[in-house]
Design a protein. Sequence first.
Length: 109
Amino acid sequence: MLIWGMEESDLFKALADPTRRAVLERLLDGRRNATELRDGLGISQPAVSQHIAVLRSAGLITEERAGRHVRYGVNPDGLAPLFDWLDRYRAYWPVRVARLKTLLKEMDQ
């Protein structure tokens, strides 16, 4: 399914990687540059740049340029497609659980 010009799968692929999730978590505390994001992750600068590119293309982070300096932050709307996807299934599970409860009651009798 296409959402906001990207594939839903792009968002899931971006979030599937633990390093990218760690980068995203670091950005929850505020804007950071690539070096600050890399500190403590044990990855190279080119690797963190690749992770940033994936997160940016998935719509999860934004960048703010000031000359040669770039600071990254969380895009507040970036997870909206994930929430929309989850909402589609939220209605599904209560019905399934209710049916399972009914089946289990019938099996007990």
